[in-house]
Ligand binder design. Structure first.
Ligand SMILES: Nc1ncnc2c1ncn2[C@@H]1O[C@H](COP(=O)(O)OP(=O)(O)OP(=O)(O)O)[C@@H](O)[C@H]1O
Ligand SMILES: [Mg+2]
Length: 426
């Protein structure tokens, strides 16, 4: 139905079917046909439209809703009350005793899929359900509107706190609002993610539900679960309870990527590096990997390891190295030494700007949106251009064809040995 959707929804997964009927005869007719469709006969409830409105105001809407209007004094205004509580995507079939084509037309205009005049036959009901299922499995608005092929970028921080999530939300916003692609930000830091928080949104239960029930993930699920941040940007994020471990083989994440790819023109995955170790297949279809680094020794070591891992495990992906929080001077490792160690250039450097970062957090906006100064907007634009470029041979590699991981780690060792010894420091 064309009901308004709220961002702070608490709905759990939707049932395939629920009915609210007014009499036992209608219930008796519905139950066996529900069973034919694989639906539970217990989903046939009493109470008609009134009960439907009450129930759906506190629970998730089903995919197909059958509602009996027989006891309704003013079916049209009652249907509008239903639209208020019914989530988008639900197909509503109504039944009633009023044989009036004007009412039928008005009901259809209010978002009802079909109106069955009572008493109706089992075959009429089967036809109505078949049409409802066709509507559900047919092309959705988002798919029909999606013209550009999806570009998927994953953002990985080589160390904690380097700013990977800041860059992921900024890149998603740039892809959406600047490049005009409908974009999804998929935050796979399921316990501590900030994808929703950073945009001043409630994460909802979509991602947690997906992990618990991967078999339910489909286009309709994505449509319901994504939380809208703007016209062009949606977010799927979670604050999963921290008293329970995440029990998943990763298939939910893979399926989410698949469905998002069909429904959006851009995907940005905020991918914690431990997920990369656990679920390497998440990078199978990614076109660009944004590796976020900082100029520290630990980040240098892990940048070497992650870049080498990517070469072996995601050779199709274009790698974009982004140095975040970079300072003009006084860093643990100089940019030159860092680039020598990783045997390639840094593609984009974002300066350390605590004021801008604080402002973005306070506004609940991506850093790329709130920061107007050229010193940040320029590198962000570079990042967007790089991410949208067709994946392929990485032309930004510096120097000769890079050597083995051991070779690079050798460079890293040399870098470490450049450090003043403790005794010297003392
Ligand atoms: N360029 C920057 N200048 C100053 N502060 C920044 C910059 N980029 C990010 N920050 C700040 O650094 C902090 C950590 O950022 P963020 O959460 O994006 O890092 P992360 O790599 O995703 O961390 P985690 O490892 O927890 O996932 C945030 O407070 C953010 O505002
Ligand atoms: Mg993060």
């Amino acid at each position: 139905m064309n009901a308004p959707s709220s961002t702070g929804r608490t709905a759990s997964l939707r049932d395939p079917f629920t009915a609210f009927v007014c009499d036992e005869a209608t219930a008796d007719l519905l139950r066996p046909i529900a069973v034919e469709h694989g639906w539970s006969p217990e989903k046939v409830n009493k109470g008609g439209l009134r009960n439907a409105v009450q129930t759906l105001s506190v629970s998730a809407s089903p995919s197909i809703l059958f509602v009996d209007l027989s006891e309704s004094g003013d079916p049209l205004s009652d249907i509008n009350a239903l639209a208020e509580v019914c989530e988008p995507g639900t197909v509503v079939i109504a039944a009633g005793q009023v044989n009036d084509v004007r009412l039928y037309r008005d009901l259809v205009a209010s978002g009802i899929q079909d109106y069955l005049l009572k008493p109706f036959s089992p075959d009429q009901l089967r036809d109505a359900f078949a049409n409802a299922q066709l509507t559900i499995s047919g092309p959705r608005v988002s798919e029909a509107a999606s013209e550009k092929p999806n570009v998927m970028a994953a953002v990985i921080g080589v160390r904690g706190g380097v700013g990977a999530s800041t860059i992921a939300s900024s890149l998603a916003w740039l892809m959406g609002d600047k490049a005009g692609r409908s974009t999804a930000l998929l935050d796979l830091d399921v316990h501590f993610g900030t994808g929703a928080l950073g945009l001043d949104l409630e994460p909802g239960r979509g991602l947690t539900d997906a992990i618990e029930n991967p078999s339910r993930i489909d286009g309709l699920f994505i449509e319901r679960a994504m939380v809208r941040a703007s016209d062009k940007l949606c977010v799927l994020s979670a604050e999963a309870p921290i008293n329970q471990a995440m029990l998943t083989d990763g298939s939910a994440f893979f399926q989410l990527q698949e469905e998002i790819r069909h429904a959006f023109e851009g995907t940005v995955v905020d991918l914690p590096r431990n997920m990369l170790v656990q679920f390497p297949h998440l990078l199978n279809d990614v076109q660009a990997v944004v590796v976020v680094v900082e100029f520290t020794l630990a980040a240098t070591r892990d940048a070497i390891r992650i870049l080498s891992w990517l070469k072996a495990n995601a050779p199709q992906a274009k790698v974009i190295v982004v140095a975040n929080k970079s300072l003009a001077a006084g860093q643990e490792v100089t940019r030159k030494d860092f680039e020598h160690s990783i045997e390639r250039k840094v593609d984009v450097a974002l300066p350390f700007d605590p004021k801008a970062a604080m402002q973005a957090a306070k506004l609940g906006q991506p850093l790329a949106k709130s920061a107007k100064a050229a010193k940040l907007s320029q590198p962000f634009n570079q990042l967007l251009t790089a991410a949208l470029e067709q994946a392929g041979e990485d032309s930004t590699q510096a120097g000769p064809a890079s050597s083995s991981l051991l070779g690079k780690l050798g460079n890293f060792k040399a870098l470490v040995s450049k450090k003043p010894r403790e005794a010297e420091a003392a």
